[in-house]
Design a binder for this molecule. Structure first.
Ligand SMILES: C[S@@+](CC[C@H](N)C(=O)[O-])C[C@H]1O[C@@H](n2cnc3c(N)ncnc32)[C@H](O)[C@@H]1O
Length: 266
C-alpha cells in the first residue's frame, strides 16, 4: 500500500520534498504556520531569535550601506514576511510596499508595524505579473531570502525576476540579498551559482553594480537552530565570522547570504 499525506503526497514524495525542501518553504501554508506558531523574527527566519537579532543587525547595516539615503524613495520588498525590512526602510523615510504570499505573515506585519509611516503590506505571489500601476513604479525593488525558496529552477527564476524587474523604474535598482548556493548542502530550494544568477539577470536587462556576502556559513550552522552558546559568546563568534567575510572578496563563497545590486537599463 502506498501511504499518503493528507495533501495527497506519497510518503516517498514527502521525504524527497523534505530533502529538496519543496512543498514546504515554497508554500504559503508553511509561512502561515510559522507566523502563528513562532515569536518575533523567528516567524520569518531561523528558530534562534538570538541568532536572528545578529543577522538582522548585519543585514540591515548592509542594506543601509548599499542603498544610501532612501528618504522619499519608493521601495518594493517582495517576500517581505513579517515585515522587518520594510519597516526598517520605512523608518528611514522610504515609501515601502511589502508583498508576501502568506496572508498570516502579512497580517502580522500590518499589526506589528502599524506605527511606521508610508508602509503598505499586500498579499501577493512573486509569480504574478504586477498590476499596471505597479509597473515601472519603484526606485528600488528587492527580495531578502525569497527567490531562493520560491523558485525550483532557472525557468522559475526568470519568471519571478521578470516580474520584479517590471516593477522597477528605468534606471532604478534591483537588489537581491539571498542565500545563493549551487551546493546541495547549502542551497535552499533553488540551486544556482552567483555566475548563473548574474547571467540570467543581465539577459533580462539588468547591469550589475556590486556584489558580496554576509552571514558567515559556519556561524549559521552553529547558532541558527538552537541557543547552544552562552549569550556573551554569541556576539564575538558572529562578529568574528563577519570580519572574515569583510577581509577579502574571495571569502564571499563562505557567506550564507549574497548581495547583488543591479541597475535596470533605460
Ligand atoms: C525566509 S522568509 C524571509 C522573509 C523576509 N524577507 C525576511 O527576511 O524577514 C521567505 C519569505 O518568502 C515568502 N515567499 C516564498 N515564496 C513566495 C512567493 N512565491 N511569493 C511571495 N512570497 C513568497 C514566504 O512567505 C516568506 O515570508
Amino acid at each position: 500500500m502506498n501511504a499518503k499525506a493528507s495533501d495527497g503526497r506519497s510518503l516517498k514524495q514527502m521525504l524527497r520534498d523534505r530533502v529538496n525542501k519543496q512543498g514546504w518553504y515554497d508554500t504559503p501554508d508553511y509561512w502561515d504556520m510559522k507566523a502563528e506558531s513562532y515569536e518575533g523574527l523567528a516567524r520569518s527566519n531561523w528558530p534562534s531569535n538570538r541568532y536572528n537579532e545578529h543577522v538582522h543587525r548585519r543585514q540591515m547595516a548592509t542594506l543601509d550601506r548599499l542603498l544610501g539615503d532612501v528618504e522619499g524613495l519608493r521601495i518594493a520588498d517582495v517576500g517581505c514576511g513579517t515585515g522587518r525590512t520594510s519597516a526598517h526602510l520605512g523608518r528611514r523615510g522610504a515609501i515601502v510596499t511589502g508583498w508576501d504570499f502568506s496572508p498570516k505573515s502579512i497580517a502580522a506585519a500590518e499589526k506589528e508595524h502599524a506605527d511606521v509611516p508610508n508602509l503598505t503590506f499586500r498579499v501577493g505571489d512573486v509569480f504574478e505579473a504586477p498590476e499596471a500601476d505597479q509597473r515601472d513604479a519603484f526606485d528600488v525593488v528587492m527580495t531578502l531570502g525569497c527567490l531562493t525558496l520560491a523558485c525550483k529552477n532557472a525557468d522559475d527564476f526568470r519568471r519571478a525576476a521578470q516580474n520584479l524587474i517590471a516593477r522597477a523604474k528605468p534606471g532604478g535598482r534591483v537588489l537581491f540579498l539571498e542565500p545563493v548556493h549551487a551546493s546541495r548542502l547549502l542551497r535552499r530550494i533553488l540551486r544556482m551559482s552567483m555566475r548563473e544568477w548574474i547571467r540570467h539577470c543581465e539577459a533580462l536587462g539588468l547591469e550589475l553594480e556590486t556584489r558580496g556576502g554576509v552571514c558567515f556559513v559556519p556561524s549559521r550552522i552553529l547558532l541558527a537552530y538552537r541557543d547552544m552558546l552562552p549569550a556573551n559568546l554569541v556576539t564575538p563568534v558572529f562578529d568574528g565570522g563577519e570580519a572574515v567575510l569583510d577581509a577579502h572578496p574571495l571569502f564571499e563563497r563562505l557567506a550564507d547570504y549574497k548581495y547583488l545590486v543591479f541597475r535596470k537599463k533605460h
